[in-house]
Design a protein around this ligand. Structure first.
Ligand SMILES: Cc1cc2nc3c(=O)[nH]c(=O)nc-3n(C[C@H](O)[C@H](O)[C@H](O)COP(=O)(O)O)c2cc1C
Length: 220
């Protein structure tokens, strides 16, 4: 690297706040995030204009290996396109639940009560399909793709929750059919499917517990 390859530097934008404010805000954020749940029963209500775009802008601020930003967010709102998505996903999921899934895998998800039916892919007002972007004619070689896209999806989930919406991290298996449904080139690899909207009025979620802090955090 020569001096001319170096990016110019700009001052970091950071407001140092009083410690008590920091703790209060960190705790409030943790409580807010604790109320996030994966939802599988959606209402069909339309979304406010701009909310999906803002959430994707937040996701796109994620750090990424070598700043390649190897993600693509395809937003499906067209009913015909969502129906194609549902039909293709259900065909794969039916084969998964009937034949491909190991008994061990089926056992692990049994408590969630999921099956091959995915009506939420049609009912939710928007479905975001996230792709990893690998090297291709118009995209550079990325580094740490899965880690980078995973962080971006974490921000996306948080941004949607923060905006008062619900979503689900849905991973049909296998996922290659998504390239055709979303008209994306082969160097883009499907990562996750996220229906986005409001819960149906009678929506229920499995009663789950989260591991306590002393189980997930180690301090020396
Ligand atoms: C990588 C990943 C893949 C997932 N795939 C599916 C899926 O295909 N179908 C589904 O119903 N839930 C899926 N989930 C949702 C999990 O079942 C859910 O996050 C977990 O049960 C915890 O519930 P919570 O999100 O409400 O806290 C997935 C979650 C993750 C993180």
């Amino acid at each position: 690297m020569t001096d001319t390859d170096l990016l110019p530097k700009v001052p970091i934008q950071h407001d140092r706040r009083p410690p008590t404010d920091m703790v209060r805000e960190a705790e409030a954020f943790a409580e807010r995030m604790a109320r996030r749940r994966s939802v599988r029963d959606f209402a069909g209500d339309a979304l406010p204009d701009g909310v999906i775009e803002a959430a994707i802008r937040a996701a796109s601020t994620a750090p990424s290996g070598a700043n390649v930003q190897p993600w693509r967010f395809v937003v499906l709102t067209d009913p015909a396109r969502k129906r194609r998505l549902r039909e293709a996903a259900e065909a794969e999921e039916r084969a998964f639940y009937d034949r491909r899934a190991s008994p061990e895998w089926l056992g692990a998800i049994a408590g969630l009560g999921t099956d091959w039916r995915k009506p939420f892919l049609e009912i939710a007002p928007a479905v975001i399909v996230v792709f990893e972007v690998h090297q291709g004619p118009h995209s550079p070689k990325p580094y740490y793709v899965k880690e980078s896209v995973g962080i971006a999806v974490g921000l996306l989930i948080s941004a949607l929750h923060h905006a008062g919406l619900v979503t689900l991290t849905h991973t049909p298996n296998p996922m290659r059919f998504l390239n055709e449904v979303c008209e994306r080139p082969p160097e883009e690899r499907p990562y996750v499917v996220m229906p986005v909207g409001y819960p149906a009025p009678d929506a229920q979620v499995p009663e789950l517990t989260r591991k306590p802090l002393d189980e997930v955090m180690i301090r020396w």
